[in-house]
Design a protein around this ligand. Structure first.
Ligand code: CA
Length: 229
């Protein structure tokens, strides 16, 4: 059962959230002020934290910073009656992952909780030191860094995802349509020219300065990642 900490000083709202989330199958602990919230953050393990902004003793922004020092990965949702863009930005500055303005719909809160917990689950899986290695190419999936012969290569997120797809399918021809679907998550009826453009960006970074080339075009078919012997 996933554990959620709710820090909210208005008992009526706290109880509403507790009940609502419990119905969705979460184990919910409530803290009624910032100090109590802080103690719980330090002494117990939670999967997600929901905190109000205006709280006795320690406010939500301060709490959020404390949470981040303690655990950079735990998802935090901030609740507030204030709703200006500035408050929202302060919340994100403090390290919140999401923001909800009161009054809010419990189903909406639950939906956001579910999204954040799912994302956290994925990050934890990939946090186990995941690497993709092909010949002298190494991709660190956690830090999103790429090395060839121990030389770091800077890639944009799209280039990184494209290279990852090629490495995962090393030794196999992948078509432009496959790339469009798997890397760009789209189906293109016409014009997959942009894929050639990205392949060229990658080649410049991955192959240009190295004598052995990894990325090859198979005319009329697609591309293959393979070490040229
Ligand atoms: Ca409050």
């Amino acid at each position: 059962m996933e554990k959620i900490l709710v820090i909210e000083d208005e008992t009526r709202i706290a109880e509403l959230i507790r009940k609502g989330l419990a119905e969705f199958g979460y184990e919910v602990t409530v803290a009624f002020d910032g100090e109590m919230g802080k103690r719980l953050i330090h002494n117990r393990e939670f999967d997600l934290i929901i905190t109000d902004v205006i709280l006795p003793h320690i406010n939500g922004f301060e709490l959020c910073k404390l949470i981040r020092q303690h655990n950079p990965r735990i998802p935090v949702i901030m609740l507030t009656a204030l709703g200006t863009t500035d408050d929202k930005l302060d919340g994100f500055d403090a390290g919140a992952d999401d923001y909800m303005v009161k009054p809010f719909d419990l189903r909406e809160l639950n939906a956001r909780v579910a999204v954040l917990l799912k994302r956290k689950g994925k990050e934890t899986t990939s946090a186990a030191g995941q690497e993709l290695i092909y010949e002298d190419l190494r991709m660190d999936l956690n830090t999103k860094t790429v090395f060839r012969e121990a030389q770091e290569i800077k890639l944009t997120p799209k280039e990184f995802n494209l290279l990852k797809y090629l490495v995962e399918n090393a030794g196999k021809v992948v078509t432009r349509t496959e790339i469009a679907e798997k890397v760009w998550d789209t189906h293109f009826d016409t014009g997959t020219n942009f894929i050639d453009v990205y392949i060229n960006y990658l080649r410049k970074k991955i192959d240009k300065d190295f004598s052995r080339k990894l990325i090859h075009t198979r005319p009329g078919m697609g591309f293959i990642l393979k070490m040229e012997k």
